[in-house]
Unconditional design. Structure first.
Length: 345
């Protein structure tokens, strides 16, 4: 989410967005007072880690590499450039930065996902003007076999929605079919949008609404076997049975309270859900994935670490963000105030 919300808007629009930003900041500070970030020393690898790179201040997407066990790809969401960062979850340190060419100047990068054959997809899909962009972009690039700083040429796809422009922060690629999906961001609940079977560089790729998502979604992730879709928001999450795209709600996710919960990824073995947050030295918190999420990597996905026995272990990082009933009540009150402010604008 870009912090300068109201760029190029009129005075009335700026006033409304300023109230939104102020309300969200108040909730962010309240959560920060009670949440203790995880650190790499307290939980190794897929047990949680802290992003140490000072260049990463707005981590807005997260994707576990299947080709490089223990590596997570992330990016800033604005004002950084066409960069992807490979972070070693055992140390929290960046081991490679990719510079994308062939994509122009990114506007609001909000998501990253890995599809079949180790192809990385980047979603430049944010729209804080509430439908101001008539089109957005998806970038695709091969994940390097060797992790070093390098320049990689990406393929750029133009994306539109069948029912009009909208803001979105969640992009997922099915690990078996390679089909791209987007979930729009709406306080009252969003929708799953399905892209064409194959994206084309010629003309626009129209994404069509297929199902409701009962969440103010900030990111989503497929399980490694593609049977489940996890969706997160700032204060909650939902697990869906993928059901060949006819999603069926299974239950709530155990989402940790974070300063600004923006990202989500399954671990490469499917045993954990990894929750990321914006901010300098932001933490990535590991929680056990829903039972039956599947640990088998899709064809062409590469190797992965971990075993099903690890899935039953407790999450070392999750204890760092537990709060008492008093804190929960305070957060609930803040959220109620935030919703009133949002509706007032």
């Amino acid at each position: 989410m870009r912090r300068p919300f109201a760029r190029r808007a009129g005075a009335a629009r700026r006033a409304g967005v300023t109230s939104r930003a102020g309300a969200l900041l108040a909730v962010t500070l309240l959560v920060g007072a009670f949440a203790v970030p995880a650190s790499a020393a307290e939980g190794k690898g897929d047990q949680g880690f802290t992003i140490e790179d000072p260049r990463i201040t707005e981590s807005s997407g997260l994707a576990a590499s299947r080709q490089h066990p223990g590596i997570y790809w992330t990016h800033n969401d604005s004002d950084d450039g066409p960069y992807l960062y490979a972070v070693d979850s055992a140390t929290g340190k960046t081991v490679a930065r990719l510079t994308l060419t062939g994509v122009g100047t990114p506007r609001d990068v909000e998501a990253v996902s890995i599809g079949p054959d180790n192809q990385i997809y980047v979603g430049d899909i944010g729209d804080n003007l509430g439908g101001g962009w008539q089109y957005v972009w998806v970038y695709r690039l091969p994940e390097p076999k060797t992790l070093t700083d390098r320049t990689v040429r990406a393929t750029q796809y133009v994306v539109t929605y069948a029912d009009g422009a909208r803001d979105a922060e969640s992009l997922v690629v099915h690990p078996r079919t390679g089909r791209v999906y987007i979930i729009d961001k709406n306080e009252d609940g969003g929708h799953l949008y399905e892209g064409p079977a194959t994206l084309s560089t010629q003309g626009k790729n129209v994404f069509r609404r297929t199902a409701a998502v009962d969440l103010w979604a900030t990111d989503a992730a497929f399980s490694p076997d593609g049977t489940r879709l996890a969706v997160r928001g700032y204060f909650g999450g939902i697990s869906y049975d993928w059901n060949d795209g006819d999603i069926k709600r299974e239950g709530r996710l155990d989402v940790p309270l974070q300063r600004q919960g923006e990202s989500l990824s399954y671990s490469a073995d499917g045993s954990k859900l990894m929750y990321g947050s914006e901010g300098s030295e932001s933490s990535v918190v590991a929680e056990d994935a829903p039972a039956g999420s599947g640990s088998k990597s899709p064809s062409g996905g590469g190797s992965s670490e971990g075993s099903s026995s690890e899935a039953s272990g407790s999450s070392a990082a999750s204890g760092n963000v537990r709060i008492g009933a008093l804190a929960l009540a305070a957060v609930a009150a803040a959220v109620f105030g935030l919703r009133r402010l949002l509706r007032r604008d």
